[in-house]
Design a protein around this ligand. Structure first.
Ligand SMILES: [Zn+2]
Length: 336
């Protein structure tokens, strides 16, 4: 976290969330619970820390941004502020004992005399027992306390917890903004920045991680080449290939395979409809794109993209990954 940056400028593409939080400070109407909700890697945790810093900063004057140099800002930057704390899942879930500790800690006075801020990261990973316990403190919050919950998936949270929070939605970050960030701040070459910004699905976190992930490159080329080679092959070979991708794969790796495939068919569709190369992501495979785009109709490509998005929804609903990938591969290879 860089507290020198204005409360919000360190985060890309979240104007709405930034404005909303800044307004609570400007108007001196700070909610007792805020739920920062949106896709992974969009800056929810960073913004929570910046907000906690701004609330407690003693050097910011009329500004809504933390000064970065007062004692409170220093303590937050080193995660040593006694009144600003973070709880995240211990293992897969936030446990009820962790919530009990939070409840006890917020019952004491603030140490520095400012706001007590409790960040609950991954608040969607809480079983009902823990969530109900949290609910009780949200219903009767101690004065001067702010709970900042972050979550990706509202559907796995108790509706009663959600209704006690001010909702701040984070959107997937636009591809062009991620592309510029990778070039300007990370020095990624433009061609690679374009590809990663498309592959990361709107997550700055995923794009930054992908910068240093050598295996992504090999996986992308192997997967795309593998699908191309399956054209005209018998069904058993198609299912064999889908099993190699789907069987035993973790959710994150399946998501990644789907993004690679989506990016590929999107490139074919763009080239098929515009003949332009300006927004092609897989620029290193331009020859293959030119040749494949000629062989597919727009309707075929749309069917394949729809197949990928259906597969993603089925996986999100915990469908059997092997079956989902079998269906998808059949759609991708045989929809000519
Ligand atoms: Zn400060």
């Amino acid at each position: 976290m860089d507290l020198q940056e204005p409360l919000h400028s360190g985060i890309v593409g979240q104007d709405y969330a930034q404005r909303m939080l800044a307004n609570t400070i400007k108007r001196k109407r700070v909610p007792h619970a805020i739920l920062l909700w949106g896709p992974v890697g969009t800056g929810k945790l960073s913004l929570a820390w910046s907000y906690a810093a701004a609330l407690n900063c003693t050097g910011r004057g009329e500004s809504v941004s933390a000064c970065g140099s007062c004692p409170s800002c220093h303590a937050i930057a080193t995660q040593n502020h006694p009144d600003v704390r973070l709880t995240e899942p211990d293992g897969q879930y936030i446990k009820i004992d962790q919530i009990r500790d939070v409840i006890e800690a917020v019952s004491y006075r603030s140490y520095f005399g400012g706001w007590k801020v409790w960040i609950l990261r991954h608040a969607d990973r809480m079983r009902d027992e823990a969530a109900n316990s949290l609910l009780r403190v949200l219903e009767d919050p101690p004065a001067g306390t702010v709970f900042l919950l972050t979550a990706e998936n509202l559907y796995s949270m108790l509706p009663t917890v959600i209704s006690r929070c001010r909702l701040v939605r984070f959107n997937p970050v636009p591809q062009r903004e991620i592309e510029s960030l990778l070039i300007d701040r990370r020095g990624v070459p433009p061609e690679k920045a374009r590809l990663l910004s498309v592959l990361c699905g709107g997550s700055v976190g995923a794009a930054l991680e992908a910068c240093s992930d050598e295996s992504l490159e090999d996986e992308r080329v192997a997967l795309i080449q593998g699908i191309r080679d399956l054209a005209g092959k018998p069904v058993w070979e198609v299912l064999d290939a889908s099993a190699r991708v789907g069987d035993g794969a973790k959710r994150a790796s399946l998501d990644r395979s789907l993004r690679i495939l989506e990016c590929w068919y999107r490139d074919l569709l763009v080239y098929r409809t515009t003949r332009g190369e300006d927004s092609i992501a897989n620029l290193d495979m331009l020859d293959q794109i030119r040749s494949d785009a000629k062989k597919c109709s727009v309707a075929d490509l749309l069917t394949r993209l729809k197949g990928i998005s259906e597969a993603r929804m089925q996986l999100a609903a915990n469908a059997n990954a092997g079956l989902v990938m079998d269906n998808l591969f059949m759609t991708l290879v045989t929809s000519d």
